[in-house]
Ligand binder design. Structure first.
Ligand code: HEC
Ligand code: HEC
Ligand code: HEC
Ligand code: HEC
Ligand code: HEC
Length: 366
């Protein structure tokens, strides 16, 4: 036992030394038993090891930026850290809860999604199916990892008459899991919602598109561990993207952009229509936020009609999803069209200047 520890210690020291010296020695590794992959550091850490390309890409990812990590680690009752930093995510996976603030927080990095030094391989930390807020079970292999963070924080089933909304009310940034699966929007009675097959169109949902083929690295800016579908180089203005994934499929053979057959343009148009209707009714401010102005926000507002709150939820879902239809064109189109129909039915008849019902009852801020 002692001997093994000594061996591992020696390996660790050598590796640390090589890291710090900038090693250019070729190390060949021949696996002989199961433990070997873990013991031989150089399967992964060699010159031609697996890690360098992943690291180069990850450095171009928003995950690596950690730009909101200090902000979301403020502590208090917030559960922000379970999605926003490494420490919170691991705590959440292990205990089902978080205990911020953490002394040190880091951005989402290799060890957030993998656990190579415990397992000796690069398998994902979790691939467990993830149950969304409306109890829909999202289960698409590697994408389950993503959706453990990328999901709506509200259940549409909880929307009822006389609900309070405020400036931060909504699904939060990143409800991609719900929309990809075509669930958890506010569904109006008597409207038939359809869903696009994008959750199944590629392997492992999110991973199949945003990482492309992880073995075939498309430079460091899109695909792989950059998770980017598009990257605009600040200096040259050049754009790189992964439109080839769509164009190489049997589905969209000759498309040159993500705006396949103008579908993104259509979704953007519907969003604009709905935003104007919500604005006229006093539900969102000029930035599309529920009752955002003035800042600091006025206190919560009561919306008496659940269909209006539902229309607001649908608007925010599509806005925060940010794929403008790519994740699920048909479901998003349905959510927007049905919301527009309902909001149009409330528009006051010509000649009358106000809405026929009391939509809002303002509450004093304090
Ligand atoms: C299955 C692949 C794999 C194996 C095997 C492996 N590592 Fe790592 N190691 C990683 C990954 C992934 C990282 C994070 C990326 C990086 O920093 O390059 C990492 C990071 C490190 C770091 C940087 C410190 C840190 O925590 O970020 C050290 C030091 C290290 N490994 C040493 C070792 C040693 C010593 C061994 C052998 C006992 C070993 N590794 C075996 C995958 C592996
Ligand atoms: C369930 C997971 C989850 C929780 C909990 C969560 N977030 Fe997020 N947050 C995300 C995801 C995913 C994104 C990125 C979404 C995207 O880019 O589409 C994000 C993005 C953000 C952004 C960046 C927005 C931008 O436009 O750049 C801020 C700021 C933020 N969150 C703050 C918070 C705060 C504050 C809390 C706690 C009150 C919180 N988040 C809780 C998942 C979460
Ligand atoms: C946000 C989650 C996430 C982060 C962060 C992340 N990975 Fe991965 N990684 C994945 C997923 C998903 C795959 C796809 C393969 C799979 O499903 O097992 C993968 C695959 C890999 C592979 C295998 C690709 C191959 O050639 O077979 C390597 C190597 C790897 N990651 C290294 C890293 C390193 C090094 C880092 C940090 C620089 C890192 N990963 C950070 C999610 C992540
Ligand atoms: C630990 C939670 C977590 C996991 C797991 C995770 N993400 Fe994220 N992701 C985030 C957060 C948080 C942000 C936003 C970071 C910020 O703004 O501070 C983000 C940002 C992103 C962005 C960038 C959005 C932009 O602004 O351009 C993409 C794309 C993305 N994630 C895709 C994925 C994919 C694909 C996976 C699975 C392989 C994944 N994420 C796994 C939490 C997570
Ligand atoms: C069928 C391919 C596909 C799948 C599956 C997919 N995405 Fe996307 N996603 C896209 C495309 C394409 C865009 C960019 C649209 C654009 O820029 O016009 C995008 C946009 C995004 C964005 C906005 C930021 C950005 O990079 O433009 C985030 C965040 C995101 N996706 C996360 C996810 C997550 C998380 C999943 C899994 C739940 C997922 N996506 C599944 C293709 C896909």
């Amino acid at each position: 036992m002692k001997f093994i520890f000594l061996l591992m210690g020696a390996a660790l020291l050598t590796a640390l030394l090589l890291f710090s010296l900038g090693c250019d020695r070729e190390v060949t590794f021949e696996p002989s038993d199961d433990q070997a992959s873990l013991n031989s550091c150089f399967t992964c850490h060699g010159e031609d090891g697996l890690l360098l390309a992943a690291k180069g890409e990850w450095e171009n990812s928003v995950h690596a930026s950690g730009s909101n990590v200090d902000y979301t680690n403020r502590g208090g009752g917030d559960d922000c850290t379970r999605c926003h930093d490494h420490q919170g995510f691991l705590d959440y996976l292990a205990t089902g809860t978080v205990n911020p603030p953490y002394d040190q927080v880091s951005s989402i990095h290799c060890f957030t999604c993998h656990s190579p030094h415990d397992r000796g391989n690069l398998s994902l930390r979790t691939e467990a199916a993830y149950t969304l807020e409306n109890d829909y079970v999202f289960n698409h292999g590697g994408a389950n990892l993503c959706v453990t963070c990328h999901h709506s924080r509200l259940s549409a089933d909880d929307i009822e008459d006389s609900m309070e909304v405020y400036v931060y009310w909504g699904p939060h940034h990143g409800p991609q899991g719900d929309l990809l699966a075509g669930t958890n929007g506010y569904e109006f009675n008597d409207y038939e919602y359809e869903t696009s097959p994008h959750a199944y169109a590629v392997e492992d949902g999110c991973v199949g598109c945003h990482m492309g083929n992880v073995q075939a690295h498309d430079g460091y800016e899109v695909g792989g561990h950059s998770f980017n579908m598009e990257f605009v180089n600040e200096h040259t203005g050049d754009t790189s993207n992964l439109v080839s994934i769509c164009a190489d499929s049997a589905c969209h053979p000759s498309t040159k952009s993500y705006d396949v057959d103008g579908k993104q343009t259509e979704i953007a148009g519907l969003m604009e229509e709905l935003e104007v209707l919500l604005y006229d009714a006093g539900i969102v401010d000029s930035l599309g936020r529920p009752n955002g102005l003035p800042y600091p926000p006025v206190g919560p507002q009561l919306i008496e009609d659940k269909n209006i709150t539902g229309a607001l939820l649908n608007f925010l879902l599509v806005k925060e999803d940010r794929s403008m239809g790519v994740h699920n064109y048909k479901y998003m189109e349905g959510l927007l069209e049905s919301s527009i129909e309902y909001m149009e039915s409330l528009v006051p008849p010509p000649g009358s200047s106000s809405y026929p019902i009391t939509l809002l009852r303002s509450r004093a801020a304090h």
